[in-house]
Design a protein around this ligand. Structure first.
Ligand code: 13P
Length: 251
């Protein structure tokens, strides 16, 4: 019912030359994509060249961040419209932006709204810290993040937003969450919050990804669960072989 999405978040990696080389390998490896949607989110500096390389490829481009303003005197920022020249998606609320750049739920809420205005589909990241999980607070934290980021956001089409559940302790640690627990959490916590915001039908149709140390070895375990609609992949998206391996598991 929901088309799986495999998204690669390159983070602050790859110069333009390196990006072109990696994407050439991905294009060669992906013959035809019918059952899975594939997205890569490189740094802004490579978007223009990559968009030319990908012109007849099914691989889509996404941004890793945008400004919370539409345009104007905001030195160093990239506007939603600038990103939308090349991208169909934008990652918002990633835990690294929350932790290192102080992004609050209120700021992520503003970015979600400006992204929608520019026709960028937000991939909203939520995730609990290890101590929050150990104190049994994961559901409370994720509910607060979702409600904060999505307050006043209108959604009539479930394809207009993607949620990525990325437990912070699983990111870059090699310790992925258990696939079964993740599926239960998505079905038991995340979809009910979405249902409270926009109703049951949207909550069943919206895509919810898992992120955190996804590899070709463990990806298959996640994708056997109906609740998990794909993955947001960090480290393993920097190697063509491992990213292609994950895509293969999803298809
Ligand atoms: P890793 O796959 O490297 O754990 O990163 C996950 C992530 O943060 C994707 O946004």
């Amino acid at each position: 019912m929901r088309t799986p999405l495999i998204a690669g978040n390159w983070k602050m990696n790859n110069t333009e030359v390196e990006a072109l080389s990696l994407v050439r390998k991905l294009i060669q490896g992906i013959k035809s994509l019918t059952t899975v949607e594939v997205l890569i989110c490189p740094p802004f500096t490579s978007l223009s060249q990559l968009s030319k390389l990908l012109v007849s490829s099914p691989i889509q481009l996404g941004a890793q961040n945008i400004s919370d303003h539409d345009a104007g005197a905001y030195t160093g920022e990239i506007s939603p419209r600038m990103a939308a020249e090349f991208c169909s998606y934008v990652i918002l609320g990633h835990s690294e932006r929350r932790a290192y750049y102080g992004e609050s739920d209120a700021l992520i809420n503003r970015k979600t709204k400006v992204a929608q205005r520019a026709d960028l589909t937000p991939i909203l990241c939520v995730g609990e810290q290890l101590d929050e999980r150990e104190r049994g607070q994961a559901a409370v934290v994720i509910t607060r993040q979702l409600q904060g980021a999505l307050q006043g956001v209108k959604l009539s089409d479930p394809s207009g937003l993607v949620i990525a559940y990325e437990p912070v302790w699983a990111i870059g640690s090699g310790l992925s969450a258990s696939a079964g627990e993740t599926a239960d959490f998505i079905g038991g916590v995340i979809r009910p919050v979405v249902s409270g915001l926009w109703g049951q039908e949207i909550s069943q149709k919206i895509r919810v990804l898992y992120g955190g140390s996804v590899s070709p070895e463990n990806a298959g375990g996640f994708f056997t669960h109906d609740e998990i609609d794909g993955a947001l992949v960090g480290g393993a998206s920097l190697s063509a072989d491992s990213f292609l391996g994950i895509i293969e598991k999803a298809s």
